[in-house]
Design a binder for this molecule. Structure first.
Ligand SMILES: [Zn+2]
Length: 95
């Protein structure tokens, strides 16, 4: 069974979490409000086999959003870090 190591709560079964999508795609800028870019971001997904970065929320725990490294072929989870720590590094909007 897939287990996820939440930075706040420790290792828990995946049933405590909710999948939130692909974390490897860059989020479009709010500045231009390009509808095509937002449509692609929200509705087009790859189906990779192997290591993948995903958003997960610990809904039955601390409710924190995480970025999880998971191998989709073996369903083995790697490191999970708070999404806010990753988002602040990859923000595409300019101030
Ligand atoms: Zn947690």
């Amino acid at each position: 069974m897939l287990t996820i190591n939440c930075p706040d709560c420790g290792r828990r079964e995946y049933t405590e979490f909710r999948y939130g999508g692909d974390a490897s795609k860059p989020r479009p800028s709010h500045a231009g409000a390009d509808q095509r870019a937002w449509s692609d971001y929200l509705f087009l997904f790859d189906n990779p086999k192997g290591p993948h970065r995903e958003f997960w929320q610990h809904v039955f725990g601390c409710r924190q959003w995480l970025v999880l490294e998971r191998d989709t072929a073996t369903n083995v989870a790697g490191a999970a870090v708070p999404a806010r720590a990753v988002a602040s590094k990859s923000q595409t909007d300019t101030p």
